[in-house]
Design a protein around this ligand. Structure first.
Ligand code: FES
Length: 104
């Protein structure tokens, strides 16, 4: 079971940046790309748990701030040769407002 939860206006999330949403299941990073696409990932890097929300967004990836693994915002997978993945969450923008499907 999950529910769409209103997060913030899209304009409150910086381009190439993110916002952290605290949930009972842990922190989720909501990322905004240069072209205003929005993605949501578990805020923990699959390498050693670095805070992905503090990484640098480029294209549809984020570079972890700790050791620069590149994590796909689309599927949460690390770019080769690194191996690992973090959870993705559904996110949508309606009328300029970002909604996150938070698992219960
Ligand atoms: S913790 Fe993210 S690259 Fe090491």
């Amino acid at each position: 079971m999950s529910t769409w939860t209103k997060i913030a206006p899209l304009t409150d999330i910086p381009k190439l940046g993110s916002r952290v949403v605290r949930t009972a299941k842990g922190d989720i990073g909501v990322f905004r790309t240069e072209d205003d696409r929005v993605f949501a990932l578990n805020n923990s890097c699959p390498h050693k748990g670095g805070p992905l929300s503090q990484g640098i967004v480029y294209g549809d990836k984020v570079a972890c701030p700790l050791h620069s693994w590149k994590i796909s915002l689309i599927d949460g997978k690390a770019e080769e040769p690194d191996v690992g993945e973090t959870a993705c969450f559904a996110v949508k923008v309606e009328d300029g407002m970002v909604f996150l499907d938070i698992p219960s």
